[in-house]
Write a protein that binds this ligand. Structure first.
Ligand code: NAD
Ligand code: UDP
Length: 348
């Protein structure tokens, strides 16, 4: 489990800035997507400053990077302002609790993280003339009335439901990024990320892929919410990193590059299909049990990725079955190491 004492907070980087590499901040870098991104950037020879409050992030996600000379970790809540010494070239904002049971147990802080956290990161971006990418979400479409969802669709979101702290925080932050670009010429990128899965997910995260795999591996019944007919489109994390980095690296002269871009895998599955696939792939003997559908749970979700294809030449390559084949051994290892699903991760 996360050992916060493992790290020392601080804001003076010890990097050798005379060297030619770029310095990249990854806010939320100890989380699932963030830690995969940190690893990818370090492997590419970049310097990485990871900022995380370890609310849903885990020290074990970045344990392999902590001693690397190009990696620095700051234990910090981005809701509080901060400064960084030395140059910064890029900022990825991945800081936000993303699992419904997690953000719903901490709604006000989740909302503040999206908005005040973004204000603080945008301030650093402006000061350092750094490019900044916001991890927005398919949740901006709420419970969509059309499928697939293109960026032009304005969504159907409840402002006061249990998911609102997340959805509305992300929507407002897109507006903030848009205005900071228009009024203050900050070089912004907005990725609307659809459901992403893969290694480094927290076994207790509570989202569907981790729940089903961990349940199946522990011979616990797989918890399908509602009748399981609701759909999601699942993107393997390595494909998502390719998309995020392509968006970050895209030329600033490209028209509309600062507008939102959907990133996700258009393959659409319902939750019963996913449960059955996981059972089959893990040889699970456990049953499927049905729990009530959480309030405002979207009925369908499928990205139109035409814009990402045209603008970035990006599309995902890993089909769900292949991605699960790479993810199941990771969770098996986590369970063997004692990272078991004690609370079932399920929405109460
Ligand atoms: P995650 O919960 O694993 O990672 C989020 C990270 O942010 C964690 O390490 C957490 O400790 C950190 N964090 C949260 N609040 C913070 C704060 N106030 N200050 C500093 N750090 C803070 O989630 P993830 O799946 O890796 O998601 C990463 C980003 O991508 C999030 O912004 C999320 O909204 C977005 N996103 C993810 C998905 C997905 O399916 N994984 C889909 C859409 C959008
Ligand atoms: N879900 C489920 N069983 C679980 C966890 C989630 O059936 O144990 C369902 C959930 O109701 C939703 C879908 O799976 O319809 C995706 O849920 P997740 O929390 O992964 O992401 P989100 O709802 O934010 O897309």
């Amino acid at each position: 489990m996360s050992d916060k004492s493992f790290f020392k907070p601080g804001f003076t980087s010890a990097f050798d800035h005379a060297a030619a590499r770029r310095t990249i901040i990854v806010a939320g870098g100890a989380g699932f997507i963030g830690s995969n991104l940190c690893k990818r950037l370090i492997d590419a020879g970049e310097r990485v400053i990871c900022i995380d409050n370890l609310s849903t992030g885990r020290s074990e996600n970045i344990a392999g990077l902590i001693a690397h000379p190009n990696f620095a970790f700051y234990l910090h809540d981005i809701v509080k302002p901060f400064g960084i010494s030395g140059p910064v070239d890029q900022i990825y904002n991945l800081a936000c609790q993303a699992s419904p049971p997690k953000y719903q147990s901490d709604p006000i802080h989740t909302f503040k993280t999206s908005i005040i956290g973004a204000v603080n990161l945008l301030r650093v971006a402006e000061l350092k003339s750094a490019r900044i990418l916001q991890s927005s979400t398919s949740e901006v479409y709420g419970d969509p009335e059309i499928s697939p969802q293109a960026e032009t669709y304005r969504g159907q979101v409840n402002t006061v439901g249990p998911r609102a702290c997340y959805d509305e925080g992300k929507r407002a932050t897109e507006t903030l990024f848009y205005e900071m670009h228009r009024q203050r010429q900050i070089d912004v990128r907005i990725a609307r990320i659809f459901n992403t899965y893969g290694p480094r997910m927290d076994p207790e995260d509570g989202r569907v892929v981790s729940n089903f795999i961990v349940q199946a591996l522990q011979d616990q019944a797989l918890t399908v919410y509602g009748d399981g007919s609701q759909t999601r489109s699942f993107c393997y994390v390595e494909d998502m990193l390719d998309g995020l980095m392509a968006l970050m690296e895209a030329d600033s002269d490209l028209p509309t590059i600062s507008d939102p871009v959907n990133l996700g895998n258009p393959g659409e599955f319902n939750m019963l299909e996913l449960a059955q696939m996981v059972r089959e792939m893990t040889d699970a003997r456990a049953d499927i049990v049905f729990h009530p559908l959480p309030k405002d749970d979207p009925h369908q979700r499928r990205p139109d990725i035409g814009r990402a294809k045209r603008l970035l030449g990006w599309e995902p390559h890993v089909p769900l079955r292949l991605g699960l084949m790479a993810t199941i051994p990771y969770f098996r290892e986590q369970i063997e190491q004692g990272q078991t699903l004690r609370r079932g991760g399920a929405v109460a």
